[in-house]
Design a protein around this ligand. Structure first.
Ligand code: AP5
Ligand code: MG
Length: 223
């Protein structure tokens, strides 16, 4: 009897394009967890682990954390029990070195199943990021205008305090966008050449993006 294949989806797109929002929504539909490298780093920063102390130096400037530690962190995370059926990779890979490491990590599972590229303009993502608020305890993401909590500053899910991410200041966001175009956007061509790329218009409303995402997953037989 052959074990059923694990499914790995990659969400690609500029900062603020909605990767985290959609990954969180999609995990219920797919029965596989969101694995966000940004969230994993932020947990380590909060806990002041050696990895967190190192990562913070790069995150505060909007630079990528070195590949070696990032790849090791993802490799460990994908071995955890909740990834037994696969994962939704949010924010990884972020450059060609990481993409090739992921191909090796997933070789036994047939590689990445599908890459969903959220396209949105710089202006749109800037608006979204500056209005974003995140729950300090559960990580739920809000937007002050597009997706506000019921009570200002308080998480609807667990009542936690909402905060502005340290790297969401306009100057840092500009550098994150620069890093995206320079290092991450070549992945669009990389996955297109492999026949794995699907584009979703990330500038639509959150519900419309989810709808487009679900339609895409159905058309590829994942739902
Ligand atoms: P990471 O946390 O991955 O940040 P990012 O890629 O810059 O992306 P964001 O989380 O800012 O945006 P998102 O696309 O998830 O959008 P969201 O759904 O939140 O990385 C942070 C840092 O960690 C990096 O700079 C780097 O230093 C390090 N790092 C991470 N991964 C790494 C890696 N692989 N290698 C090396 N270093 C790494 O939405 C944004 C806002 O818009 C929210 O307020 C949301 O409510 C709202 N919104 C979402 N969708 C919509 C919509 N359709 N319409 C209107 N509003 C919307
Ligand atoms: Mg995110």
């Amino acid at each position: 009897m052959t074990a059923s294949k694990r499914i790995f989806l990659v969400l690609l797109g500029p900062p603020g394009s909605g990767k985290g929002t959609q990954a969180r929504r999609l995990q219920e539909h797919l029965g596989i967890p969101q694995v966000s490298t940004g969230d994993l780093f932020r947990c380590n920063v909060k806990a002041e682990t050696p990895l967190g102390v190192l990562a913070k130096r790069y995150m505060d400037k909007g630079e990528l954390v070195p590949d070696k530690v990032t790849i090791r962190m993802v490799a460990q995370r994908l071995q955890e029990e909740d990834c037994a059926n696969g994962a939704i990779l949010d924010g990884f890979p972020r450059n060609l070195i990481q993409a090739s490491a992921l191909d090796e990590l997933l070789a036994a599972d047939g590689g990445v199943a599908l890459v969903v590229w959220f396209n949105a303009s710089d202006e749109e993502v800037m608006n979204r990021i500056t209005g974003r608020r995140v729950c300090r305890s559960c990580g739920q993401v809000y937007h002050m205008m597009f997706n506000p909590p019921q009570q200002e500053g308080v998480c609807d899910v667990d009542g936690g305090e909402l905060y502005l991410r340290a790297d969401d200041q306009p100057e840092t966001v500009k550098n994150r966008l620069y890093v995206y175009y320079k290092q991450s956007s070549p992945l669009v061509g990389y996955y297109y050449a492999k026949g794995l790329l699907a584009e979703v218009d990330g500038s639509q409303s959150p519900d419309a993006v989810t709808e487009a995402f679900l339609t895409l997953l159905k058309s590829h037989g994942y739902l």
